[in-house]
Design a protein around this ligand. Structure first.
Ligand SMILES: [Zn+2]
Ligand SMILES: [Zn+2]
Ligand SMILES: [Zn+2]
Length: 237
């Protein structure tokens, strides 16, 4: 009787899956394991996570462009690096900061600058951004998606490496942030309320459409500032 051959990795479906990944609940290859492994996102009992600490810094390619759309609530992030052949590699991620978290991703491993700039021109709302800020928004987006119970887009695992090491990015404070300033924390009961609304909207298939539930929550600081503004207007009268 022949031994059963090792099944293919469930992520890339190319190499043999020899590592059992607790998060995927299936066998994956060592390369994909290395790409998706993350100390904050993987279960702490994963036997492969400890090897991260010893991982040597992989030289990152120089940044070509870091862009983010300016509209609050829904951020499209674009990070491109310049390769030795003069072409670019890039990742584009869409993060719904107010509801679903990281919801869409795509990228290219090798694209000409001309092609890349054509893509950027189609998104007039892009502005230069800080890589660390983008990383934090994306990582928070992952935590949000996981808290809601949404699948992380498969493409994200493929292109995540372009962002560099997400392990060093610390996400602190409440899961969702103030809708107004994007910085202040929101209380636990509000966060739970947002999660509930989001799960409802996702189940109804209305997230991102006109029919979605409209919500807007602000931190204490923004609330106070708004009250003061209203107060001043009344005094003038
Ligand atoms: Zn694989
Ligand atoms: Zn693992
Ligand atoms: Zn605020």
């Amino acid at each position: 009787m022949k031994m059963k051959k090792a099944k293919k990795c469930v992520i890339c479906n190319i190499r043999k899956g020899r590592r059992f990944c607790i998060k995927e609940n299936d066998f994956i290859c060592s390369r994909c394991c290395g790409l998706i492994r993350d100390t904050q996102l993987c279960p702490s009992d994963c036997p492969y996570i400890s090897s991260l600490a010893e991982k040597k810094e992989v030289g990152e390619l120089p940044l070509y462009k870091v862009l983010m759309t300016t509209q609050k609530g829904s951020r499209s992030i674009l990070v491109a690096r310049e390769k030795e052949n003069g072409n670019l590699q890039f990742i584009s991620a869409l993060v719904d900061e107010w509801k679903m978290g990281l919801k869409d991703c795509f990228g290219k491993h090798d694209v000409s600058k001309k092609e890349f700039n054509k893509l950027v021109a189609r998104m007039p709302q892009y502005a230069d951004a800080e890589l660390n800020e983008c990383r934090e928004i994306i990582k928070r987006g992952i935590l949000v998606a996981e808290a809601i119970g949404l699948k992380i887009p498969k493409e994200f695992r493929v292109f995540k490496y372009i962002l560099g090491d997400l392990d060093k990015v610390e996400v602190t404070g409440s899961l969702y942030r103030c809708f107004e300033c994007g910085k202040g924390d929101l209380p636990d009961d509000i966060v739970e309320q947002i999660k509930e609304v989001t799960r409802h909207d996702v189940a109804a298939g209305v997230c991102g459409t006109e029919k979605e539930t409209m919500i807007y929550f602000v931190c204490d600081k923004c609330k106070r500032e708004k009250e003061e503004e209203v107060g001043e207007v009344e005094e003038v009268k």
